[in-house]
Ligand binder design. Structure first.
Ligand code: CMP
Length: 138
């Protein structure tokens, strides 16, 4: 069944000029781009987005990194979108990512790992609603 997920092309990948290549991988894998916008976010916005990680030791570094430069926010749709995007992204740590995955090709480290994707339906709903208004989701 058709499903929506949320994704971010992170500041490291945008800085290195990988935005187009990553979008092409996403489309080639059969995702429709429902909504896309490039913007810089504040540290507070990053903290709100990643609030589930607020007790983790990497929370401060993660939110500093995510607010360090422009990112690309995406809403994507296809059958089984959440699981399929995570498969396409590869493991969180690019050192463990499978050949052919986005993180294997474009990520430098577990902190600067090129792309984010929602991990479940509830998180996808929260994450889409955090960054996009209803009128942006045609
Ligand atoms: P993401 O899918 O965006 O969700 C949380 C992010 O925290 C994760 O990707 C990683 O980039 C980042 N992160 C940094 N350090 C760690 C760590 N030790 N374990 C898990 N995630 C980490």
């Amino acid at each position: 069944m058709s499903q929506r997920t949320f994704s971010i092309i992170k500041p490291d990948a945008v800085r290195k000029g990988y935005t187009g290549a990553i979008l092409a991988e996403i489309e080639k894998a059969g995702f429709q781009i429902v909504a896309v916008k490039k913007q810089s976010i504040s540290k507070d916005e990053a903290k709100g987005f990643y609030h589930v990680h607020r007790e983790r030791p990497f929370f401060d570094a993660l939110t500093t990194f995510m607010s360090s430069g422009p990112i690309v926010l995406l809403v994507l749709e296809k059958d089984n979108a959440i699981a399929d995007l995570r498969k396409l992204m590869g493991a969180t740590n690019p050192a463990n990512a499978e050949e052919g995955t986005i993180r294997k090709k474009y990520a430098g480290s577990i902190e600067e790992n090129a792309i984010h994707g929602s991990d479940a339906e509830e998180t996808a709903a929260f994450e889409i609603g955090y960054w996009f208004a209803g009128y942006e989701l045609l």
